[in-house]
Design a protein around this ligand. Structure first.
Ligand SMILES: [Zn+2]
Length: 141
């Protein structure tokens, strides 16, 4: 019996860890690092806790999952067949919270880049996107 509990506990721990350091997130970090930028992880002092924070550039990067955060017109943003009301509410509120966070960050003068999970699959394209964002006008010193 106690074994069951432990297993359940372990599963929960794993989930908690996975939701922080997802594979797409790691892919983005690796490229940003390779491009020569220094960054912080999980800006806990910022709205929405951006996945990657570049304080000197005043830029942040989010790497949301396509399903949970409703990537528009994305084939991964499927509608679950079971419990439609539950999911509509849940996913709808994710979307609203995301929009609120974006507005707050922009008001605080942060530039925001969203890299959707599905955009991390083409490394070359991803690298181009990141370079464009990190290199653009505001400039870094
Ligand atoms: Zn997507």
């Amino acid at each position: 019996m106690s074994d069951v509990h432990t297993k359940e506990q372990r599963r929960r721990n794993m989930q908690a860890i996975r939701s922080r350091d997802t594979k797409p997130e790691k892919t983005v970090r690796r490229i940003v690092h390779r491009l020569g930028y220094r960054f912080r992880l999980h800006g806990c002092d910022l709205p929405g806790r951006p996945d990657i924070v570049l304080p000197r550039l005043r830029r942040v990067i989010f790497v949301p999952g396509c399903f949970r955060h409703r990537h528009p017109r994305c084939r991964f943003a499927t509608r679950p067949a079971t419990r439609p009301a539950f999911w509509a509410k849940k996913l709808g509120s994710n979307r609203l919270r995301d929009l609120r966070v974006l507005r707050m960050l922009r008001k605080l003068d942060w530039e925001v880049l969203i890299i959707w999970e599905c955009q991390t699959k083409d490394a070359e394209r991803l690298s181009r996107l990141l370079r464009q964002f990190l290199n653009s006008k505001r400039g870094h010193s």
